[in-house]
Design a protein around this ligand. Sequence first.
Ligand code: C2E
Ligand code: CA
Ligand code: CA
Ligand code: CA
Length: 278
Amino acid sequence: VKAKGRNSYLFFHKNMEERSLERILLENEMKKAIKLDQFTLEYQPKIDIKSGKLIGMEALVRWNHPELGKIPPGKFIPIAEETGLITVLGEVILRKGCEQTHRWQEEGYTDLVLSVNLSTKQLYQNDLIEKIKLILRETNLDSKWLELEVTETAFTNIDNAQSILQEIRDLGIQVSIDDFGAGYSSFSYLKNLPVNTLKIDASFIRDIDLNKESQAIVNGIVDIAEKLKLNVIAEGIETVEQLDQLKDAECPQGQGYYFSKPLTADTFHQFLKKEHRL
Ligand code: C2E
Ligand code: CA
Ligand code: CA
Ligand code: CA
């Protein structure tokens, strides 16, 4: 380290700090949890705003560690991405979601789209397409009932993103841009990328009933989406006032605590029974 001079020392030092004990601990615990099948999924309803009908659900990973308790995905997903564990964890998540959706289909709930979050790391995993195909085959889920949510950080290399997203679309899977508008969104990539849906970031919904700028942005996104023949969904809807603004903006779909929190598979099943009166 010394021989390489000051910069490499600093690099080494920073790296050690980043890989703090907690991180190393969580990495090891994640490996164990994958082996012991301790990751579960919750499902948050997605709603057609005009009719109020359920159209699908977003799968969200949950980790209830036997000693450490509930660890939020915002904490362990970034570590899973850094360490590469997201590859195997992502497969576990996709398989569980597809299995569960197929089970619900067999019970007669045949019109639900499952949305699964795909981290940028996963998008560029070289066997992603093969793995997705395998999981769909093994779980017997038709690809048209699967949607992958990808954030725009995946689009820094637009050519790479375009070809991999096209391969996903060629399988019959839908693609949604998550957290749309939150980063350095550029409408130019909407010209090139084969996506189906824009998911308006919750930050615009949070103050939409008070803030004219947020209203204008949401209206703009809905209009552009309509002209580009893209679907739009608003996330993080918590109040009736926010919902009313989205109705005014003619935003077709919504998701958030106002409709329902993410639910365990059992509770989501209860929700389905009520919704479909089966
Ligand atoms: P995201 O994909 O943007 O997911 C939305 C987050 O907002 C979820 O938090 C959800 O529980 C929460 N949420 C839903 N409705 C409301 C609402 O009305 N108000 C508020 N305040 N929050 C709401 P969660 O489950 O903690 O997930 C956080 C992030 O972790 C996700 O953001 C996603 O980036 C990541 N994540 C979660 N599950 C997975 C997964 O299975 N795979 C991957 N790769 N990432 C995941
Ligand atoms: Ca998401
Ligand atoms: Ca989101
Ligand atoms: Ca987010």
